[in-house]
Design a protein. Structure first.
Lengths: 323, 334
């Protein structure tokens, strides 16, 4: 992979995260390598159980207690953050360099603390600001996400769903991290509120040149905020392409089928579906992991295809495009 | 707009829930459904679209007989629901199927698929084992849970999400109903499975000439799976139209905002901001006076919209809208 010290924000190499369960070892993230430039919005797309959230956990080192294997490298600004001690990672990287808008986080706000205090907390903890200075900055960030600073003194139950989600985004933004990871940021919200939140995120991207990793199973919503799309299937990257390439002309048979299953409002098309289910990650198939559901399968698919870059710049894991 | 032989007819339906303080004193009402009227002919799929809390599920559950209407009439095949006795209510329920949103939550975890499907048969008086067995096999084949023998002994947790939803559909279909209410039947499923389940529902609807009430917040699936669409906002149906007519001409400012807010997968989306009204839907305990959308409406008429509730105007054949903007364009007043 190309490395340009100035433009690369995040790079993972052979990242693996396996979990121990009663049935065996689940290979949730299996050999994931990708590079992300600065000021980029990367959409991670895939079905439930394909390893999207586990990938975030691996990058942010938010590991549960049943980890079996956690290996590979994560370079942030060309520093291998996997090599840092837990304490240094906590003080120097997590939330100061990378922050997270977790799934359904708006329902996890502390009910007995004022919203402003919770949003300001990362500054008090990580940058040792006084409470007053931190609250002043929280007021600024509130304005960025379209919430009146009057709301700083309110409690979570006094805020609507959309307002709570904005407060969570403010909390991720307040330390001005290099990278914000959004895990299903709009999936529990109504349609108009969802569009409003996406407008807020687009504004932050445009005005602050913020980088995002945006995870969702809703492909239509990812197109609102992405420069590139990364499709995961059964713990692996199967396609990584620019937004134009991905939304208009997906190449991997899985991405193409997935796009064909998305209903569209503006035009009527014949919808398709993918028969069968993704393979178990306890014991993934040895060849291509999509082969069983693929209608373009041929003999070569019994061996595992590598992730390769094509002439047009996109990465793909499929024998059909192997030169 | 009275069609002859409508399967289901709903007139001016209101379902309000009482709010109590200290268990006795009445503190107010949640007006979950507030004045809804429509006719549903046999074999038609009707989509109810709206945000959470707009009253879509309450409307469906009132029609199913799970809630008592506060006011208004529900007529099913000429029988008026409020006049039915308990024993007749059981017969009425036999003609209704209900598909819940969360298939795993809707299936009892300690019953096998065979027990889950034989229970409605027993309750409705089909006690013969052989007859039960035949019916169960037929319905499982119809929802494509085959080979049937493998699935009969399975428990819900052994099925994938899509298979669970098929089992819920099988249970809704086992008494051969005339109407099915599907409450967000695919919102918990992955995109690649969604279409499969919706196509299955559509096929069952056509082969049994079923009336379907399809509740969803996802407007983009509606064009593929329904003939008519009602847009609900704050307990009212603000726009009612055939699907194609609505997608071509959306009159109500809320419908317009909704259609503008929904993205199709297109890389151009990232380059522009969407024009959507700010704010949130109103409280149903103290709804705004006049039109309920007026506080968020960019086209509100001062002195009218906040004072008087808009009546229903008919703009195109079968296409009605509750909005004052169209008071001079009504083609026939109802």
């Amino acid at each position: 992979m190309t490395t340009q010290a100035t433009s690369t924000l995040l790079r993972t190499e052979n990242l693996r995260l396996y979990f121990r369960t009663t049935q065996g070892v689940v290979q949730a993230v299996d050999d994931v390598s990708f590079t992300m430039p600065r000021r980029d919005a990367l959409a991670v797309i895939g079905e439930s159980g394909c390893g999207k959230t586990s990938l975030v956990r691996a990058i942010l080192r938010l590991l549960p207690s049943n980890v079996h294997t956690y290996s590979g490298n994560v370079f942030l600004n060309d520093i291998d953050v996997m090599k840092l001690s837990e304490e240094r990672f906590r003080t120097n990287v997590r939330w100061t360099k990378m922050s997270l808008v977790a799934q359904a986080a708006m329902n996890a706000l502390n009910p007995v603390l004022r919203v402003g205090e919770q949003v300001a907390e990362p500054l008090i903890v990580h940058q040792r600001l006084s409470k007053q200075a931190a609250l002043a900055q929280a007021a600024e960030v509130f304005q960025l996400v379209g919430v009146s600073p009057d709301f700083l003194g309110r409690y979570a139950f006094e805020l609507s769903g959309g307002m709570r989600q904005r407060a969570i985004i403010a909390m991720a933004l307040i330390t001005r991290p290099d990278l914000i990871v959004l895990d299903e940021p709009t999936s529990a919200l109504d349609m108009l509120t969802q569009a409003n939140i996406m407008n807020v995120l687009k504004g932050i991207k445009r005005d602050l040149e913020q980088s995002f990793i945006f995870i969702t199973h809703d492909v239509s919503t990812t197109s609102e905020l992405s420069d590139r799309g990364m499709v995961m299937y059964a713990g692996q990257i199967v396609e990584l392409a620019s937004a134009e390439q991905f939304y208009l002309d997906p190449l991997h048979p899985y991405s193409a089928k997935l796009m064909a299953s998305i209903p569209t409002l503006k035009e009527k098309k014949e919808l398709e579906f993918i028969p069968g289910q993704p393979p178990s990650l306890l014991n993934p198939p040895t060849g291509c992991r999509f082969a069983d559901r693929c209608d373009r399968r041929f003999d070569k698919c019994d061996t595992e295809p590598p992730l390769q870059q094509l002439a047009d710049g996109r990465w793909i894991r499929c024998w059909l495009y192997n030169k | 707009m009275q069609q002859e032989q409508a399967l289901l007819s709903v007139q001016n339906l209101r379902t309000w829930f009482e709010l109590r303080r200290w268990a006795f004193a009445r503190a107010g009402w949640v007006r979950a459904v507030d004045g809804v009227s429509f006719d549903l002919p046999r074999g038609e799929a009707l989509a109810l679209v709206g945000e959470s809390g707009s009253g879509k599920s309450t409307l469906a559950r009132t029609i199913l007989g799970l809630y008592k209407p506060t006011e208004g009439e529900i007529t099913f095949e000429g029988m008026e629901l409020s006049k039915l006795k308990a024993s007749q209510m059981r017969e009425y329920r036999q003609d209704m199927g209900y598909i819940q949103q969360d298939p795993y939550g809707a299936l009892p975890p300690f019953l096998s698929l065979r027990s889950i499907l034989s229970e409605p048969l027993r309750i409705h008086g089909i006690k013969d084992k052989k007859e039960q067995n035949d019916l169960i096999r037929n319905v499982l084949t119809e929802v494509k849970l085959t080979p049937v023998d493998d699935f009969l002994t399975k428990f819900p947790h052994m099925l994938s999400g899509g298979q669970q939803q098929r089992a819920v559909i099988a249970r809704a279909m086992i008494l051969n109903p005339k109407l099915i209410a599907a409450d967000e039947p695919v919102s918990m499923l992955d995109a690649s499975v969604r279409v499969e389940i919706l196509k299955l529902l559509r096929r069952i609807q056509e082969s049994h000439n079923l009336a379907v009430i399809y509740i969803t917040h996802d407007l983009s699936t509606v064009r593929y799976f329904a003939e008519r669409i009602f847009i609900m906002y704050a307990a009212k149906t603000v726009e009612k139209a055939p699907v194609e007519s609505l997608l071509e001409n959306h009159f109500h400012p809320y419908t317009q905002a909704l259609l503008a807010a929904i993205p199709d997968p297109d890389p151009e989306n990232a380059k522009t901001l969407r024009d959507v009204p700010p704010g949130e839907p109103p409280s149903l305990v103290h709804p705004p006076t006049g039109c309920r959308f007026h506080p968020r409406c960019p086209q509100a008429i001062k002195g009218l919209c906040e004072v008087e509730e808009p009546p229903q105007f008919t703009l195109l054949p079968g296409h009605t809208v509750e909005c004052w903007l169209y008071k001079d364009r009504d083609s026939k007043t109802e």
